[in-house]
Design a protein around this ligand. Structure first.
Ligand code: E4P
Length: 217
């Protein structure tokens, strides 16, 4: 399972990268705005800075909603760095743009996916990644994890190569459950990654080992 971090915060990206377990980064316009990164030039520069920090794929989202705009923006984003994955919204023109980029060998991430049907379209368009938003489904009392299971079954039935990127992950149990269901990737906040470290028995055990070592030395 690949671990992506879902943020535009450079310190948090660095912290996850330094642990040696990070496989990539996802961003979106809201995450950029949260870090105070505004204006096309600054946003483009920030993507390059993120790429320099990590080894893996970095999803950069287009803001156009028409096919020509998405192609123009996506090409500019892909030109920024070899690690850039063009992130496209799950709308008709987004699917069309996904096919365009897939045919050109440029990696894509279909975002804002909330149904199995949308995931099927993303795979048909040759998306590298499909991003079902599990947390936002949970927010409206719909089982986000069930969507991951449905997509896994459909993709396995037909051998689609598109990777299931469980997005809108909010906490550690989402990570564990997505791993059980066979999601290829998860993207979540730093806390959903570092939270996996925590266990009181680890802390108690380590404290005891260190205390016993001190007794004999
Ligand atoms: C995915 O790529 C999105 O950036 C993200 O996971 C959305 O998460 P949220 O629902 O917590 O905003």
């Amino acid at each position: 399972m690949k671990f992506f971090i879902d943020t535009a915060n450079l310190e948090q990206i660095k912290e996850a990268q330094d642990m040696g377990i990070l496989d990539g980064v996802t961003t979106n316009p809201s995450l950029m705005a949260k870090e105070g990164i505004t204006g096309t030039d600054n946003i483009m520069k920030h993507y390059v800075n993120i790429c320099k920090l990590v080894d893996g794929d970095v999803s950069a989202e287009v803001i156009s909603t028409d096919y020509e705009g998405m192609v123009r923006e996506g090409e500019a984003l892909a030109d920024l760095h070899s690690q850039i994955v063009v992130k496209l919204p799950m709308i008709k023109d987004g699917v069309k743009a996904c096919k365009y980029f897939s045919d050109k060998g440029i990696k894509t991430n279909m975002t804002l996916v909330f149904s199995a049907g949308q995931a099927l379209l993303a795979a048909k368009a040759g998306a590298t990644y499909v991003s079902p938003f599990i947390g936002r489904l949970d927010d409206i009392s719909t089982d986000g994890l069930n969507l991951i299971a449905e997509i896994r079954m459909i993709y396995d039935n037909y051998g689609f190569d598109t990777e299931i990127l469980a997005a809108s992950v909010r906490h550690t149990m989402h990570v564990i459950d997505c791993a059980k269901l066979g999601a290829d990737v998860m993207t979540g906040p730093l806390s959903s990654i570092t939270g996996l470290l925590n266990h009181p028995l680890t802390d108690i055990g380590l404290e005891k080992f260190l205390a016993d070592y001190k007794k004999g030395n």
